[in-house]
Design a binder for this molecule. Structure first.
Ligand code: F6R
Length: 244
């Protein structure tokens, strides 16, 4: 079941999301959190860092698996997702870095890397809470619109719209990697709980499609309606095109 929670604005969405992540850690101190990068979760991560600083939250036993990583970027590259996670969360909370996992973008053997990362997730017993953002084209992780839903961790060629959207973080569009490793719909849908967050008017059309449109691999996020515990926290702007 998909539950929709309306937030006033980005700050309110971030606090609400942080509350749910925090509750998960309080209830199960060694939770496996599935994490996302991108602009949307930054405020939630900031809030979690703040609560950890105050001593209200303890990451010492938390384990994490990220959704995706660009192929070809080493971990120290400023645009790699590993770098993003270190800067926005891992270096600022008391998490054990050996408990944090991302696909290895430098492994050129895609088959080997996809299997390795899938096995990492399995060996942890699956994901307790998966945090997701949503792309303007409905992608989750880097599961881009396609003719079928890709099951497990795989390598994807990024669509032009995703490369365009992500180029804002690079010096030029040419520098944006053209492929990535991503969890598949299978690992995401196997998470016990899913929390998807969205903010801003630009996301309103895709949020409408995800909620009111049919379940289709052309809008990968639409599959979330088949999960039994998914919460969308979105601000008023992102919900502004919904019919009711
Ligand atoms: C990031 C990820 C992507 C983003 C999506 C939204 O790890 O998997 O699916 O969640 O592209 O990005 P933002 O939040 O920047 O709009």
């Amino acid at each position: 079941m998909l539950k929709v929670v309306e937030a006033r604005d980005y700050k309110d969405m971030s606090r609400k999301a942080a509350n749910i992540i925090s509750a998960q850690i309080i209830l199960k101190e060694d939770s496996v959190l599935g994490l996302a990068t991108g602009s949307t979760p930054i405020g939630a991560y900031e809030t979690l860092v703040h609560w950890c600083d105050k001593g209200d939250l303890d990451f010492s036993k938390v384990r994490t698996v990220n959704l995706d990583e660009y192929v070809g970027l080493p971990a120290f590259h400023e645009q790699s997702y590993y770098y993003f996670m270190r800067k926005n969360l891992f270096e600022k909370v008391n998490i054990d870095l050996s408990n944090t996992h991302l696909p290895d973008g430098t492994n050129e053997n895609a088959e080997q890397e996809c299997k390795r990362y899938h096995d990492v997730i399995e060996s942890m017993g699956g994901i307790d809470l998966q945090l997701l953002g949503i792309g303007n084209n409905g992608h989750i992780g880097f599961n881009e619109p396609a003719d079928t839903f890709a099951n497990w961790v795989h390598k994807v060629e990024l669509t032009d719209s995703t490369i365009e959207a992500n180029s804002r973080l690079f010096n030029s569009k040419e520098e944006v990697p053209t492929s990535a490793y991503t969890m598949g719909i299978g690992e995401i849908m196997s998470a016990k709980k899913i929390l998807i967050i969205a903010s801003g008017k630009a996301k309103a059309p895709i949020i409408k499609e995800m909620i009111e449109g049919p379940v289709t691999p052309q809008v990968p996020a639409s599959i979330l309606k088949f999960h039994n515990d998914v919460t969308l926290i979105a601000d008023k702007d992102a919900l502004s095109l919904l019919s009711k």
